[in-house]
Design a protein around this ligand. Sequence first.
Ligand code: NAD
Length: 354
Amino acid sequence: MRKIKTLTVKAEKKYKVYIGENLLKTCGKILKTEVLIKKPPRRILTVCDSRVAPLYFDSLKKSLTDAGFEVFLFTFESGEEHKNVDTLSKIIDAAAQNRLDRHDLFAALGGGTAGDLCGLAASLYMRGVRYLQFPTTLLACIDAAIGGKTACNTTYGKNLMGSFYSPDAVIIDPVTLTSLPQEIYSQGIAEAVKYGIISDRKILKILLGDFDNADLIYRCVKAKARFINKDFTEKGERKILNFGHTAAHAIEKVSNYQISHGQAVAAGIITAIKYSEKCGVCGKDLLRDIMPIYHKFGLCDSAGLPPCDLAAAALCDKKSCGENVDLVLIKDICRPVIVKVKKERLKDFFEVDL
Ligand SMILES: NC(=O)c1ccc[n+]([C@@H]2O[C@H](COP(=O)([O-])OP(=O)(O)OC[C@H]3O[C@@H](n4cnc5c(N)ncnc54)[C@H](O)[C@@H]3O)[C@@H](O)[C@H]2O)c1
């Protein structure tokens, strides 16, 4: 077996991220001997969507069962539209039906949808039980599973319900990425580009060459963990992780979620770079470094949506409050800066794409 790499995230509690090939098949022993030592759970409820369950649940179940845990499965229909209160409530019911108690454990197996729902359910069941993340999309490996944000959508918007609630460990098996459709894989690349721009230029270099997913994931998780370790609840420095996301969230909303999150992030990053140049924050031609990566992975550089609609959508974002909006701009690679912009000037930000 190849080496397992680990990183530590220091949020409201410390936990480890394990990255290694075939970890799904071998994690039971690690969990038993390293992670779940105090008050070991007897039962584990795995939360998994309908596409991922047939691919990976059996391997994980075997590994956990061999380590002495009793394992149950809750599945929900794959897709963002099922990240809702109904599914959340069914997860809690499944835990109760399978008689999980407060020392037992939830496990998210899948992309960000399963991870967000499972984390939120874990934070609510019996006022909080432990949970693990087993992310299986690139986006979930480098972003959604790291950082302890949990969520579900409501009738009035995306991720309107949620909590900050860290897992006890994140177990990443890059082999699972081999079954991902290319367009879903590329959505994670947009987030990797973001980390490359705001915090680790080596990631941009990696993306241009032939690379091992484990190496890419390791560097991206390390980049994200640095921000979380300083500011878990996003009062300050963690806001830098929103680079490209003010525009991305608006693009997703105005397109009625027809443009995927990853493509919206890709376009949002370009908007943020162009605006940084336009207002003199950035004097470098950063797009020259970024566009070859976009071409390689088929990422979108502009959503072509009306700036006033995007500005209106950005004003309704849950992160927009008060008279100003915090925009994350970039001076140069690894030199992000948070700039306050009056809400009425937000249209200028979106006009850079015209
Ligand atoms: N909590 C956070 O900090 C955070 C950060 C970013 C995104 N998110 C959330 O994450 C969600 C998006 O995550 P996502 O892109 O992983 O979406 P997803 O979980 O819906 O997965 C995308 C699709 O890929 C399939 N899939 C997953 N793993 C697979 C595999 N290994 N092989 C084949 N198919 C596989 C899924 O069944 C689904 O159809 C959104 O709800 C977003 O709000 C959360």
